[in-house]
Ligand binder design. Structure first.
Ligand SMILES: [Fe+2]
Ligand SMILES: [Fe+2]
Length: 238
């Protein structure tokens, strides 16, 4: 599946992007280099050889220690066992829904009270049920650099630049409206909790959004998260 485009969007934070022309969509995976390297998104099984090759340009894939994800879906965690086989000390970290039934090694469950320290960096996993979708959904937040690994939130189309400092809301609104016209309509729910969850993520004052499909964002992110709640309501509260 082609090659991945590698871009260091912040110190130690690498975006490994695989563009799929048929969907006009990027699938982005994030590698954080630290004493214990962490990969956010194991990726699709079919992308594993490409992604492993990309990781190998930065670190020895066998040294990977943590593999995290937002919700149990194949583009997030499909290649979980491929990574566990490549990395003998690799461990899945996230929410223990479904994953242990698939994984060849037990995963480490994280509650909001748990802190995962990998050396310089510290992570917490925040529950975000049904945001972007799936009752198991959550997001990973790295506290020292204030990076929010936000999965499908702010997804948008195109083989876009790795990072933007301009608006993410416009492209996200456009992508949501487009998907709502097709067979995937209803892929993201709006609930009474949506705004509160996004406001609590805004309260973390993220300074980087690591976006799974589309450009990542560097800058003050709290306003974007609050605005996103409005866009989700406007699109899905029908
Ligand atoms: Fe998803
Ligand atoms: Fe996704």
């Amino acid at each position: 599946m082609g090659t991945a485009t590698i871009y260091e969007i912040a110190p130690d934070l690498f975006r490994l992007s695989i563009y799929v022309p048929d969907f006009d969509m990027q699938f982005n995976h994030f590698l954080v280099c630290d004493d214990e390297p962490l990969l956010f998104h194991a990726g699709l099984k079919g992308m594993f050889p490409t992604l492993r090759e990309a990781v190998a340009k930065i670190i020895d894939p066998a040294k990977l220690r943590h593999i995290a994800w937002s919700h149990f879906e194949s583009d997030e965690i499909g290649a979980l066992n491929d990574w566990l086989q490549v990395a003998p000390q690799g461990q899945l970290v996230g929410k223990l829904v479904s994953v242990d039934d698939f994984s060849i090694r037990p995963a480490r469950g994280m509650t909001p009270e748990d802190v995962l320290t990998t050396g310089k960096y510290r992570y917490r996993f925040y529950r975000s049920p049904h945001i972007p979708h799936g009752w198991d959904a959550g997001v990973l937040f790295e506290e020292t650099r204030k990076t929010l690994f936000c999965s499908d939130l702010f997804h948008h189309f195109g083989n876009v630049e790795p990072v933007t400092t301009s608006d993410l809301i416009g492209p996200t609104r456009k992508a949501m409206q487009q998907l709502e016209q097709g067979p995937l309509a209803g892929y993201m729910p709006y609930t009474r909790q949506t705004e509160g969850v996004l406001r609590s993520l805004a309260d973390l004052k993220p300074e980087t959004l690591s976006v799974m499909h589309g450009s990542s964002y560097c800058g003050k992110c709290d306003g974007l998260l609050i605005d996103l709640a409005g866009v989700i309501k406007e699109t899905f509260d029908q």
